[in-house]
Design a protein around this ligand. Structure first.
Ligand SMILES: C[S@@+](CC[C@H](N)C(=O)[O-])C[C@H]1O[C@@H](n2cnc3c(N)ncnc32)[C@H](O)[C@@H]1O
Length: 355
């Protein structure tokens, strides 16, 4: 074989190796029409020869590629999410499957560009790229320190005031485990400070006059709807994996089997009464409600954000807090506005007190 022929053959092989398909895991019909490279057998089938192999979903086929880049620009502008290669892959998979289902991608993206980040179309995109995992009492070291250094002192300081009030916001709370954890911790602190009585296990009545508001927000309406239900499956690596046993009394059995096996447990009325859930985008520029929160949580979400978005989100969280209020971020988050906070470094954790 001449050098020219070898080069030609190599070129053709490279072209076939780079050839992309848009048919996911279906048998490769394209191979009937033209040559096709089978990644499993490493063979190239001839023209009109059915290779009948399966090919993995492809990345970046024509219009999907441009759709993905338009959507990533929108995601960054609306949600601050830094578009990594992993997110590009997740989006490509989403839009490839929409294309295969006959959806008009141009129209879909035009709708995304026009709508709010909390709209149903955006929910589908966010669900494809963001992890919603959460569980009760996540990051025990941080929770224990917040209980000891923030919740208990606040309650003791406020209990003699005419209208004692405590306001907590868990931003990006996903399905509500963090919000209910704060509610259960507050009940525990109120009981310890003799500001509540427990008539029977898990049924707590506050001393009249107290107002406790614990708000949970997330950009995703789906997870907020789940949070509002307050029902959690007990099977496997469940929401209960790190919850202290003493909090079990704040749940009742639903006498119903969960989809994954195991039971559903539902938070008791006295816990639920202290909580409220809303959709909210932390990059919308405004905080929910009136502000003046005593404690704000915003954990395990800024890992998705670029530097500018982190700064914007943290400035808004700081504005939402009262002076002397506490901020808890995720374990891998860096505080971008140290001049506004006093650092509380403790064993295995850190949190911040607003100056
Ligand atoms: C991994 S969960 C964290 C849940 C909880 N904070 C925890 O630490 O267990 C991340 C959540 O952030 C939410 N999220 C992502 N971007 C957001 C944004 N711009 N505004 C509000 N929530 C956002 C996602 O919908 C998701 O539910």
């Amino acid at each position: 074989m001449s050098l020219d022929d070898t080069l030609k053959k190599l070129k053709e092989r490279t072209r076939l190796l780079n050839k992309t398909h848009g048919h996911g895991k279906a048998p490769c019909d394209d191979a009937v029409k033209e040559n096709c490279f089978d990644k499993d057998t490493r063979k190239i089938s001839g023209k009109n020869e059915a290779c009948n192999h399966t090919v993995p979903p492809t990345l970046f086929t024509g219009d999907v590629r441009s759709i993905v880049s338009r959507v990533t620009a929108e995601i960054n502008a609306k949600c601050g999410i830094d578009t990594s290669e992993t997110i590009n892959k997740k989006l490509t998979r989403l839009f490839e499957s929409k294309k295969q289902n006959g959806e008009d991608l141009e129209k879909y993206v035009a709708r995304l560009e026009r709508s709010e980040a909390s709209s149903p179309d955006w929910q589908i995109v966010m669900n494809a790229i963001v992890v919603h995992e959460s569980y009760f009492y996540r990051d025990k070291a941080q929770m224990d320190n917040i209980l000891r250094e923030a919740l208990l002192p606040f309650i003791n300081e406020m209990k003699d005031k005419p209208y004692p009030t405590l306001r907590i916001w868990t931003a990006a709370c996903s399905s509500g485990e963090e919000t209910y954890t704060m509610a259960m911790m507050t009940l525990k602190a109120l009981l310890d400070a003799n500001q509540a009585v427990e008539n029977e296990p898990g049924n707590v009545r506050l001393t009249p006059g107290w107002t406790i508001e614990i708000l949970g927000t997330d950009i995703s309406g789906n997870v907020i709807a789940r949070a509002g239900k307050g029902r959690y499956g007990t099977y496997g690596l469940s929401s209960f994996r790190d919850m202290p046993k003493e909090f079990k009394r704040f749940f009742k059995d639903c006498n119903e089997e969960s989809e994954t096996g195991g039971d559903y447990l539902e938070v008791n009325e006295c816990v639920r009464k202290m909580t409220r859930f809303e959709t909210h985008n932390i990059l919308s520029g405004a905080y929910p409600g009136e502000g003046g929160y005593d404690i704000v949580f915003c954990r395990n979400v800024m890992i998705y954000f670029d530097e500018q978005a982190k700064l914007k989100a943290q400035s808004m969280l700081a504005d939402a807090l009262k002076p002397g209020g506490y901020l808890a971020l995720g374990p891998s988050d860096t505080l971008m506005i140290p001049e506004r906070f006093e650092f509380k470094r403790r064993k295995d954790t850190v949190f911040y007190k607003k100056l």
